[in-house]
Ligand binder design. Structure first.
Ligand code: ARG
Length: 570
């Protein structure tokens, strides 16, 4: 089914074409003010300007709007077209038409969302923790946002390739290997990654013999030494043992199969540099090989003075690999905003080198997680928060909420609900804010049963499911009646779903879906308070049950796409 916006766009475009002989974007958006209508076109203002310039006569936007209106053919879609303010064209949709649209998707599990006709191969680079270090909250954001984006792009029919670009290479491995070598024999587990890292660092800083051994170890590792390679692999594998359970508990779709660490690009790095040199893009600068890009004072270093490649070279090799081998047409980097310079420069270099023809490269950056004090979110100890502790605490706190709310459920079920609510709360708190900004980590807010939170949406879903349990049926097909404003409001909201999903996929902003779901749940609540469902009769009851069903399908699908569970009861 075509989205309402798409249908309006088509009609407006043609009206503008007929009136003024130009092809212009009708600038359709949901109405600012529901009093005036459901959708509006803002095209008249800029069109008046353009027409005025062309004819040399001052043109009034309201007149332009009138002319567009006169040519508009919206069939049986609209109730009323009105012009407001300087020339906004407002459209109010007809209830009968809305009902028909809804009837067409009554049993559609995709709520009318079509698969993309221009499906792409999309690489989503997300999570990317560093080996031998605990994942921190920055990786949490990348993991949660990246996973939601990957799900949404996949749902739209794209081929999504998840890439976990773990930091598994660098000079620090010398000291880690040297440290592991002297670990008590038989010790094969690294219980505490941070502790292990800190111990190694401390020895490196205080013991010159150890430091020499560490440096020699890196050299041997880079030369492919057997012993060093084995120990390095062990450190990577041990780190994986720490990351994977967190992905699993968070319900994040990442496994070892998605892992392509920095080290995997080693064989490609020399080629990247020599190609950039050959094409004159990389030049010598203060002993190093560097690429200068427009608008950036400092170049990116692709080869250090004295040899050796770094983070930027690896990312350049990764871009090439993703385009040439994975055949990506869109590559999305879900990485914190502080790395935006880095990505701008990497993208500019790849484009200049001609590696990214027809490929969209995007940095979906995000802000920091702040503590209640407005500073970087830290544990009470002052150290960075361990994700494992965070996940544990979320489940514990959620259990309290569940104990209050659903005291009489069996213990196992309460545990499962608490897991869904706790994990859902963390993920939703992160997803529901515009990713570009910082956000404050606040347990009480994210676990609140009202407001724009996961528990509120989960509860809304469970409440609808309980209506069906009481009704003993879940009708998915009946003629729809939209008599009250409450029913109309839900209908319009449900019909906007596919448009919102497409917008999220385009702008890479999951919070738009969150806001949408929250609005839907709120509108449902108003409907449910004002329109009896089970107590009504006949065709009204059947229609209202279908509205309930459509709402629950939309909530469930929306939460699925965000990677958030929705228990059947709460
Ligand atoms: N490991 C890096 C970090 O922790 C993030 C890597 C992001 N991805 C990339 N292709 N550079 O900061």
């Amino acid at each position: 089914m075509q989205t309402i916006t798409a249908q309006l766009e088509k009609a407006f475009r043609s009206a503008i074409q007929q009136s003024f002989g130009v092809d212009a974007d009708p600038l359709i958006s949901p109405s600012q003010n529901e009093k005036f209508g459901d959708y509006q076109s803002n095209a008249a203002m800029s069109l008046a300007k353009a027409v005025g310039e062309k004819t040399g006569q001052k043109t009034n936007p309201r007149q332009v709007a009138e002319q567009i209106k006169a040519k508009l053919d919206l069939g049986d879609m609209v109730e009323e077209i009105s012009i407001a303010g300087p020339g906004f064209i407002n459209v109010r949709l007809k209830a009968d038409w809305l009902a028909k649209q809804l009837e067409a998707i009554e049993a559609d599990k995709r709520v009318g969302v079509e698969s993309a006709t221009n499906a792409e191969t999309v690489v989503v680079d997300y999570s990317a923790p560093n080996v031998a270090k605990q994942m921190h909250v920055g990786h949490l954001r990348s993991t949660i946002i990246g996973d939601a984006l990957a799900r949404i792009l996949e749902f739209l029919g794209n081929k999504v390739i998840r890439q976990n670009h773990i930091g598994d290479w660098g000079t620090q491995f010398g000291m880690l290997i040297a440290h592991l070598k002297t670990a008590p024999t038989g010790e094969t587990r690294i219980e505490d990654l941070d502790k292990f890292y800190k111990e190694a660092r401390q020895r490196f800083d205080s013991d010159p013999t150890f430091a020499d051994e560490a440096r020699a170890s890196v050299v041997r590792l880079q030369a492919g030494g057997d012993e060093e390679t084995r120990l390095w692999q062990k450190i990577v594998a041990e780190s994986r043992n720490h990351f994977q359970p967190i992905y699993d508990r968070l319900g994040v779709n990442l496994t070892q199969a998605n892992e392509r660490g920095e080290s995997s690009y080693n064989p490609l790095l020399a080629g990247v540099v020599s190609d950039l040199k050959k094409s004159g893009i990389a030049t010598e600068s203060e002993g190093a090989i560097a690429v200068f890009t427009e608008g950036h004072e400092a170049p990116i270093i692709v080869e250090k003075s004295g040899g050796g490649f770094g983070y930027a070279t690896t990312d350049l090799a990764a871009v090439r690999h993703r385009i040439d081998t994975l055949h990506a047409t869109r590559i999305i980097y879900v990485v914190g905003a502080p790395q935006s310079q880095h990505f701008q420069q990497v993208f500019a270099t790849a484009r200049k080198a001609g590696w990214a023809k027809g490929v969209v490269l995007e940095h979906a950056g995000f802000g920091s997680v702040l503590g209640p004090d407005g500073k970087m979110f830290k544990a009470r100890s002052g150290e960075s928060v361990k994700l494992k502790d965070l996940v544990d605490e979320a489940e514990e706190r959620a259990m309290k909420v569940v104990n209050e709310k659903s005291a009489d459920l069996p213990e196992v079920e309460k545990r499962a609900i608490a897991k869904a609510v706790g994990i859902g709360a963390i993920k939703y708190a992160d997803l529901s804010k515009d990713r570009i900004g910082d956000y404050t980590f606040d347990w009480d807010k994210m676990l609140a049963m009202d407001g724009n939170t996961a528990p509120y949406l989960q509860y809304a879903y469970a409440r609808i499911r309980s209506i069906f349990r009481k009704a003993g049926e879940e009708p998915t097909s009946a003629p729809i009646q939209l008599d009250s404003p409450y029913e109309l409001a839900i209908a319009k909201q449900i019909l906007r779903f596919s448009e919102v999903i497409q917008q999220v996929a385009r702008d890479l902003k999951p919070h738009l879906l969150c806001t949408y779901l929250y609005d839907l749940a709120t509108k449902f609540s108003a409907f449910y308070e004002n329109c009896p469902v089970l107590k009504s009769e006949g065709a009204t009851r059947a229609s209202r049950l279908v509205l309930c069903h459509l709402t629950s399908t939309t909530l469930a699908l929306g939460l699925d796409l965000l990677g958030i569970e929705h228990p059947e009861q709460m």
